[in-house]
Ligand binder design. Structure first.
Ligand code: CA
Ligand code: CA
Ligand code: CA
Ligand code: CA
Length: 359
């Protein structure tokens, strides 16, 4: 299934619309970058891969993993060279997220959250550091969400240390669960807040340090909420589609945060309709920074119709010394869908002057 490439239309349409307005066109021009690694394709055809999360190995960054969702069969993990590490046939996940330091049975563990659309439940896994394998720790084999599930994000409060998972439904409703260890060594969820958005939502990201929750309304734009459970249930539309950027097209899909320091960085959105990635300032009022796209290289095809994304500013070594950006590729040349890995350095250096890197 080929995805229609809006860039071909844009190349024709933009010069006409911006004659005499070169600086505006230049500001909106998507910077081209290329992937240096692509993952092993998912085993299912059609629309299958969706979202990704990066797990950073605590002592050897080269042993870090990409956790990807396969909407038709479960989770997959990949090594940084793109090779498959493990498959987990755990149901019908859609989005995935990860946080470090959850206190479970007396030790801090990294947890991965995904949802199962077959059972409308949240599924929580621990990443075992030695084997680099996922071990399920969901209470009752899955935390009942009580509605159809679609997107999600984890949130670890810098203020209270509490862990939350916000899960969204196509109806526009989002439910926030406090994640808590049980006496049995599992993780349960307690509903603490409900948010309602105007239409279908999916992509989400939480800013642990700044206490912000971002939810993508697929045809509306990015909404910002306070992430604490006692924050107001009213959000602010900070990046409306159609106004924030002319090439930012529905569906708005994945959201991710690149951190340059405790308060600065970028909020990145997958603009699925234009096969581009839009950067906004992480700090309010979240000014538009620019866009980039992942083009074909000699070895690896570019991305089209991206669903989920993730990014880290951690130094993973080599070309990933300023971090790593991961994007789902909706149209992987010659195979089923997969994920493309781009050095953050390449994205930063595609801007003039280069974007500041993490400190
Ligand atoms: Ca898709
Ligand atoms: Ca979607
Ligand atoms: Ca998606
Ligand atoms: Ca592609």
């Amino acid at each position: 299934m080929r995805t229609f490439d809006f860039r071909k239309v844009v190349l024709v349409a933009v010069p006409v619309a911006t004659i005499g307005c070169y600086t505006v066109r230049e500001a909106f021009r998507a910077r081209p970058v290329t992937a240096v690694v692509e993952t092993s394709p998912v085993p299912n055809g059609d629309d299958a891969a969706d979202d990704a999360a990066i797990w950073i190995h605590p002592t050897d960054p080269g042993l870090s993993l990409i956790v990807g969702t396969n909407k038709q069969s479960g989770l997959e993990t990949y090594n940084l060279d793109g090779s498959l590490h493990r498959r987990y046939p755990i149901g019908l996940p859609n989005n995935v997220d990860l946080r470090y330091g959850f206190p479970l049975e007396g030790r801090p563990v990294a947890i991965v959250a995904t949802e199962d659309r077959a059972t409308h439940s949240l599924r929580i896994f621990v990443v075992e550091e030695t084997s680099r394998e996922l071990r399920e720790v969901s209470a009752d084999g899955g935390i009942a969400v009580g509605m159809e599930v679609y997107g999600l994000t984890l949130y670890r409060s810098a203020r209270t240390g509490a862990f939350h998972c916000v899960v969204g439904s196509k109806s526009g409703e989002a439910r926030q669960f406090a994640l808590e260890a049980t006496a049995e060594g599992t993780i349960g969820g307690r509903l603490v807040r409900t948010l309602r958005l105007p239409s279908q939502i999916e992509g989400m990201a939480a800013d642990d340090e700044l206490g912000a929750l971002y939810i993508g309304e697929e045809e509306g734009g990015i909404w910002k909420f306070g992430a604490e459970p006692d924050a107001p249930a009213e959000g602010e539309l900070i990046a409306p589609i159609g106004r924030a950027h002319p090439l930012y097209r529905p569906d708005l899909e994945g959201l991710a945060i690149y951190r340059t320091d405790a308060a600065s960085g970028y909020l990145i959105a997958s603009s699925q309709g234009s096969s581009e990635y839009v950067l906004f300032d992480r700090r309010a009022p979240h000014a538009f920074v620019g866009t980039f796209r992942i083009d074909d290289s000699e070895m690896i095809d570019g991305t089209q119709g991206t669903d989920g994304i993730d990014v880290t500013s951690a130094n993973l070594g080599g070309v990933f010394d300023q971090g790593l950006f991961v994007a789902q590729d909706g149209d992987n040349d010659g195979g089923n869908q997969n994920f493309k890995l781009v050095p953050w350095r390449a994205i930063a250096e595609s801007f003039e002057p280069p974007l500041p890197s993490a400190r």
